[in-house]
Design a protein around this ligand. Structure first.
Ligand code: PGA
Length: 249
């Protein structure tokens, strides 16, 4: 995993946008996986303002809460429409978001995996990081080989999401996420510092689902200084960033 430490959340978003721009420079019709949460909002604002042509992009998303209609203010579909997809110029037929309102979630999970396969897999998957180390709704203890499936939220996650949040979700599995050709995880703020340390420098373990990024050949973790505060090798990563030969990255 490559850890990129930037001064603040704006710089994290700008660096993430650079990687998105590089993807579009080499591929006009990429497959992009989206994350819901506060962290990627600045990146999504930059994508909207970028002037890039998203009309040939196929979009997927990581996860969704169970029992919510697409228009529900708490639904992740609504979040992604409001904060990124509406106005981006991607036709509806290119957008496949997990539907947690369906009765048969196992069938939805299977259909989703099939749609990912039919699209040729994800080129770039955006990821956030839970304070408990989760990715998507793969809570601690999730199999590192898990596939898209219904999943119960951890109590920590429910506390972070606030009153009235459904307890169940449907989420891409860790094994599914690892199949994306590149991963772009963003984490900002001191509340994420311990989770960042655990995924970057701790052991590979299902107790810290984000540590699965250690297995991926093209995983980038972009953090601000506050989220990097507990890294033992922060100086090394700052040094790498200052000296990196960036052409073709
Ligand atoms: P956040 O959520 O971006 O709102 O912090 C991240 C997550 O829980 O995966």
């Amino acid at each position: 995993m490559e850890v990129i430490i930037r001064p603040d959340a704006d710089a994290v978003a700008a660096t993430a946008m650079d990687f998105v721009g590089r993807l579009y420079a080499r591929k006009a019709d990429p497959v992009v996986g989206l994350a819901t949460g506060k962290t990627p909002l600045k990146l999504y604002a930059l994508m909207r303002a970028s002037g890039l042509d998203f009309s040939r992009t196929r979009f997927f998303n990581l996860d969704e809460l169970v029992g919510l209609g697409a228009a529900d203010p708490k639904s992740f579909r609504r979040f992604l429409r409001d904060n990124l997809l509406d106005g981006l110029g991607a036709p509806d037929g290119n957008i496949r978001l997990l539907d947690g309102s369906l009765q048969d979630l196992e069938a939805e999970a299977e259909a989703y995996e099939a749609a990912l396969k039919a699209a040729g897999g994800i080129d770039l998957q955006v990821l956030g990081l839970g304070r408990n180390g989760h990715i998507g709704f793969n809570e601690p203890g999730s199999s590192l080989g898990s596939r898209t499936r219904p999943k119960t939220l951890d109590r920590d996650t429910l506390a972070d999401y606030g009153e009235g949040t459904p307890r169940f979700s449907i989420t891409m599995g860790i094994g599914t996420i690892l199949e994306a050709r590149s991963l772009l995880m963003l984490a900002t703020g001191e509340a994420k510092a311990e989770a960042v340390r655990r995924i970057a420098e701790g052991p590979l373990t299902s107790e810290t689902p984000g540590s699965a990024l250690q297995l991926h050949p093209r995983a980038r973790l972009i953090v601000d200084e506050a989220a990097a505060a507990r890294l033992a090798r922060g100086d090394y990563w700052r040094w790498v960033w200052q000296n990196k030969w960036r052409v073709g990255q």
